[in-house]
Design a protein around this ligand. Sequence first.
Ligand code: M7G
Length: 327
Amino acid sequence: MRSAGGAMAARPKRKREEGEETGAAPHDGAAAPFPLAELSLRRVLRESARDKAVFLHGQVTSASGEGTDAVVILEKTPFQEEKVVDLLKKHTKLELQMSNDIYSTYHLYPPPELSEIKTTVVYPATEKHLQKYLRQEVHLVRETWEDYENITLPFIQSQSFSVQWVYNILEKKAEADRIIHENPDPSNGFVLVPDFKWNQNQLDDLYLIALVHRREIKSLRDLTGEHLPLLRNVLREGKEAVAKRFGVPGSRLRIYLHYQPSYYHLHVHFTAVGYDAPGSSVERAHLLADVIDNLALDPTYYQKRALTFALRADEPLLKKFQEAGRV
Ligand code: M7G
């Protein structure tokens, strides 16, 4: 339980259609509160007792009576060491649940300032956002380079999440005050910011992302030996920056790329090694150090080898693989 510092705010976005990738007019980073009390709950997309999180699909009804979809994620946050003492002293109620010999359990009710619920809002949310957070069974797909060219690439070109939020960070239109480190070089540089999954209050669930300045690298599949200087910068400078700012050494970090990512602008995840971050499983996470070694051994490694990834049951990409007889 080591603490960090910082806060974040939800900001509304204009309605954006799936497949819209770069043409969006950038919205600035001005924060405005989301009308949480006006949200009507449509359904629970997913609930996780382990993560103590719930993913909600709600609708905000505008003056014209039209409902706009939103995803709201409510999540209980890890304890902060320095606040635990306050919790013991300032709890508003302590209710005995059961007692047996030397054992007893209680319901402890903390005061509001010690009972934060981390709230993440995607608003307006597209159908694809609702799908992303909906609990579904997953299937593993093994994608050859030919599959990538014939099935995956045309699909991600036709529909993927907007990466406007990435451009906003790179252009300092949003989250500028949260930047931990920047290497401004247009081809080998990147920006390191706290991931929005992390509230920055404690280091146990430390989570940052490095967003590269180059815009044409969609994912791991596009990487070649040409990108080695960039990747080495991200690894070395990213580690140094996290050590300097948060006191966490590189040996305590899991630094990796997702394949498939949700957002097709190359980025690298930095998480605390003790934190079981969503998406750190073997079918999705590729350690950056391994990626660098693979490219150093063979500059076209990722244009040759098959890659495995998981797809949710009703994802259109899974259907494409099924139609091609590849699942
Ligand atoms: P990914 O592998 O493309 O997708 O990672 P995933 O979300 O399925 O893991 C994108 C990463 O960017 C995730 O870790 C997100 O939590 C993070 N992220 C997404 N958005 C929209 C934002 C944002 O607006 N700001 C910040 N700081 N992080 C974001």
